[in-house]
Design a binder for this molecule. Structure first.
Ligand SMILES: NC(=O)c1ccc[n+]([C@@H]2O[C@H](COP(=O)([O-])OP(=O)(O)OC[C@H]3O[C@@H](n4cnc5c(N)ncnc54)[C@H](O)[C@@H]3O)[C@@H](O)[C@H]2O)c1
Length: 328
C-alpha cells in the first residue's frame, strides 16, 4: 500500500509511520510542523512540510506517490485550547479536513483512517462507553472531530469512500525512539514527569470534586504502540474491502489522575507534589472504552495495557530525551 500520513511528525503519527514502515508499507508524510517535529520522521521517508488544506499540494503528493490510502492524524489536540479558541479548532480540524477530503476524492483515494477521539461522546451516560453511546461533545475539540465523522458518513454513500474512524481514549507511553513532545504540553503523563525531570514544581489536579472514588477525573490510557498497531490493521481492513466503521481504542480500564501521580512516583522514585485547582471547562468526569469492536473487527488487542508499562516507557523516553526532540 502507498499511504499518505497527515500529521506524521506528531506524537501518534510518528509512531504509526514507524510501524507502517516496519510492516513493509510505503509511507509519505504531510505535516506543517506547527506542533510536530521533523526529526520524529526518519530521513528516508518522503516528507512534505505543508498544510492539509493546501489542495494543490495534496493532489501533487497523491499523484506523484500513487497514494491509495490515507491516515489523517493532523489536527490541533488540546481541549482547553479549543474552549478558548473554538474557531481555530473548527477551521483546522474540520474546515481544512473538508478541503483535504475533496482533494483526496478528486484523485481517487477511497480509504481513510481518521483520528477521532473519545471526546465525541461528551459526559458519559454509562461506562464503559461503546460506539453506540450518545455523541454529545462538551468542547469544540470533540465537536470538530465529530463533524468530520459525520462528513465521512455522508461521503461513504455519495463518493464510495470508506473510512475507519478510530476513537482513541488517552494516548500515552513511548517507544524506544518516539515519545510525547507537545508544545504546549497539556497531557497528564508528560506533565507529571516534568516534576522528576526538574522542570515543574508540582502537578495541578483540575477538579477534585468529580463523582469518582477520589474526586479526580478517570481516564483510559492506551499505549501509543498499541494505537499504531490498530492503524496498520485498520488500513488492511479497508484495503480488504471492509465497510466504514467507528471503533473505540482503549484498554477498558480507568485510572484517576491521583492514581497516575502515585504510579509516576513509584516509577521515578520521586515525590510528586500536587496542587488542587478548579475544574476545567469541558472535561468529562470518567472516560473508559468498551473496545470489543476493535477486537472483533480488527483482531486488535492492547499488548501494553498496564499503567506501569505505560508510565515506565514514557519515563524512559523523557530521561533519554530531556529536551524532547529539540536535541535532535
Ligand atoms: N494524544 C491523544 O491522547 C489523542 C486522543 C484522541 C485523539 N487524538 C487525535 O490524534 C491525532 C494525533 O494526536 P497527537 O497527540 O499525535 O498530536 P500531535 O500534535 O503530536 O500531532 C498532530 C500533528 O498534526 C500536525 N498538524 C496540525 N495541523 C495541521 C495542518 N493543518 N496541516 C498539516 N499538519 C498539521 C502537527 O504539526 C502535528 O505534527 C490528532 O488528530 C488528535 O486529535 C489524540
Amino acid at each position: 500500500m502507498n499511504v499518505l500520513v497527515t500529521g506524521g511528525a506528531g506524537y501518534i503519527g510518528s509512531v504509526t509511520v514507524e510501524a507502517l514502515s516496519a510492516a513493509g508499507e510505503r509511507v509519505v508524510v504531510l505535516d506543517d510542523l506547527s506542533r510536530g517535529h521533523r526529526v520524529a520522521v526518519a530521513q528516508d521517508i518522503p516528507f512534505y512540510e505543508g498544510d492539509i488544506g493546501d489542495d494543490l499540494l495534496v493532489r501533487n503528493i497523491v499523484t506523484s506517490h500513487a497514494i491509495t490510502q490515507v491516515i489523517h492524524f493532523a489536527g490541533l489536540t488540546s481541549v482547553p485550547e479549543s474552549v478558548g479558541e473554538p474557531l481555530r479548532y473548527f477551521e483546522n480540524n474540520t474546515g481544512k479536513v473538508m478541503r483535504l477530503l475533496t482533494a483526496l476524492t478528486s484523485c481517487g483515494v477511497r480509504n481513510v483512517v481518521f483520528s477521532s477521539t473519545a471526546a465525541v461522546y461528551g459526559e458519559p451516560e454509562h461506562t464503559p462507553i461503546d460506539e453506540e453511546h450518545r455523541k454529545k461533545p462538551t468542547n469544540p475539540y470533540g465537536l470538530s472531530k465529530y463533524f468530520v465523522e459525520q462528513i465521512l458518513d455522508w461521503m461513504d454513500s455519495a463518493c464510495e469512500t470508506t473510512h475507519v474512524a478510530l476513537r482513541y481514549f488517552n494516548a500515552a507511553g513511548a517507544t524506544a525512539t518516539k515519545g510525547e513532545d507537545h508544545r504546549p504540553e497539556t497531557h497528564l503523563i508528560p506533565l507529571i514527569l516534568q516534576v522528576p525531570m526538574g522542570k515543574r514544581a508540582y502537578v495541578s489536579l483540575y477538579g477534585v470534586d468529580y463523582p469518582t472514588p477520589d474526586g479526580t477525573c478517570v481516564r483510559d490510557y492506551i499505549h501509543v504502540a498499541d494505537l499504531a498497531d490498530a492503524h496498520v490493521r485498520a488500513l488492511r481492513y479497508l484495503a480488504d474491502g471492509g465497510r466504514s466503521r467507528k471503533i473505540n481504542l482503549g484498554n477498558g480500564k480507568g485510572f484517576s489522575v491521583r492514581e497516575v501521580v502515585v504510579m509516576a512516583e513509584q516509577v521515578t522514585g520521586t515525590k510528586i507534589p500536587v496542587r488542587e485547582e478548579a475544574r476545567r471547562a469541558g472535561d468529562p468526569s470518567v472516560l473508559i472504552a468498551e473496545s470489543e469492536e476493535a477486537r472483533n473487527v480488527l483482531g486488535w488487542s492492547p499488548r501494553c495495557s498496564g499503567l506501569e508499562d505505560i508510565v515506565s516507557s514514557a519515563w524512559e523516553w523523557h530521561r533519554s530525551h530531556p529536551e524532547g526532540y529539540r536535541q535532535g
